[in-house]
Design a protein around this ligand. Structure first.
Ligand SMILES: [Zn+2]
Length: 385
């Protein structure tokens, strides 16, 4: 370790050794396929070591690694860094305290990233304590400036982010902390997938229970992580934490989008009294702009922003936008409606949010079986591919 201007950094040797070690673990755990993923570690206020492009992260040697400055200039190394390094550089620029960034495509987390669903249900104590909630950054074309811009709003408030239709990105005060957060993201996503879509039952923690966990988290020195929606008086409610930080008042409980000011929601008439009605990184205006009113509270999804369809010159046949080249997951009995079950962390959440007797579009028992069968069929297909 070296101390520069009061900050401790890993030496070149320590950083390279840790990157190779984490690359092997990432590959062994199935977080990356082929040459996917990238890792970086800070070794000074303005310098990092990172992984090269076109190489499996499970089989790297020290001579393959690249040393760069935070402006993207290569200082050492014979190989080229990944085009995805731009998002790493942005993380370091946004928060000088952070020491490492890891990026991979873990299957379960990537499923949520594709569905545009944040990992934010208060169902797992460990996830609240050490990881926090994981929002979804808006879709960005790989290799472009859109990617770093899409993640920038989350760096100082969370410990990681899902990249829409892509994968997961985590950061930390240490390279192993960044990697452990990547592991935790995948674990949390797996639990959310099973409880929300296989068992179909999620018992959410009360706001009092969540508050106690947040107090412990604070005492552990973890400042990022957001606050998950919690049960208050029989209803899921969302604390508007970053609005308060910005000195703004939400129009209603939870009328806020992660990374988007409260004012935007209010301006777009985006009242979100219950959880699931909000999506990280997606302004409420996307739907309103094309007249796409969600059929039920929270029926908006990042995966099908009306705005993208319009921009791509595609037609929107019903309230649910279709994307070219993407087969929408058709929920049985869901025709002509928004994907009512696709909220927050699963169908269970949506139904809980809508309440009994409300015009919820959540699937019935038979529909649910068909839906689960469809999900299982697709996951198996993905794994085989
Ligand atoms: Zn990637």
């Amino acid at each position: 370790m070296m101390t520069i201007q009061g900050m401790k950094y890993k030496s070149d040797f320590e950083a390279k050794k840790a990157i190779l070690d984490i690359g092997r673990r990432m590959y062994a755990k199935g977080f990356v396929a082929s040459n996917d993923g990238n890792i970086s570690c800070r070794v000074g206020p303005n310098t990092i070591w990172t992984t090269p492009t076109g190489v499996s992260k499970g089989f790297m040697t020290q001579d393959m690694l690249v040393k760069m400055d935070l402006d993207g200039k290569v200082l050492m190394g014979r190989l080229k860094p990944s085009s995805e390094i731009k998002m790493h550089l942005r993380v370091y620029q946004e928060n000088p305290r952070l020491q490492a960034v890891t990026h991979a495509h873990p299957p379960m987390a990537t499923c949520f990233a594709i569905a545009g669903q944040p990992l934010d249900a208060a169902i797992l104590t460990e996830a609240i304590l050490s990881l926090g909630t994981i929002p979804v950054a808006r879709y960005a074309t790989p290799g472009t400036q859109e990617v770093p811009d899409s993640i920038a709003p989350f760096v100082n408030h969370y410990n990681g982010v899902l990249l829409a239709n892509h994968g997961a990105l985590t950061w930390g005060d240490d390279i192993y902390q960044a990697f452990y957060r990547l592991e935790s993201v995948e674990y949390y996503a797996t639990i959310l997938m099973y409880t929300g879509n296989i068992i179909g039952q999620q018992n959410h923690l009360s706001c009092e229970q969540v508050d106690r966990l947040l107090e412990i988290r604070k005492n552990m020195g973890i400042t990022g992580g957001g606050v998950p929606p919690c049960m208050n008086g029989g209803q899921l409610t969302k604390v508007c934490e970053s609005c308060a930080a910005a000195g703004e008042k939400p129009a209603a409980a939870g009328a806020e989008l992660a990374g988007v000011s409260c004012g935007n929601c209010a301006a777009a008439g985006g009242k979100t009294a219950v959880t699931g009605a909000e999506l990280a990184g997606v302004p409420c205006g996307s739907y309103a702009a094309v007249g796409g009113k969600p059929a039920v509270t929270g029926a908006e999804r990042t995966a099908s922003p009306c705005g993208s369809c319009a921009a791509a010159g595609e037609t929107q046949t019903g309230p649910q936008a279709t994307l070219k080249g993407v087969t929408p997951l058709v929920r049985p009995g869901d025709s002509g409606k928004m994907s009512g079950g696709g909220l927050g962390a699963g169908a269970g959440l949506a139904n809980a949010a809508a309440g009994p007797g409300s015009p919820s579009t959540g699937p019935g028992p038979e529909d649910k079986e068909a839906l689960i069968a469809e999900i299982v069929r697709r996951v198996v297909g993905q794994l085989k591919a």
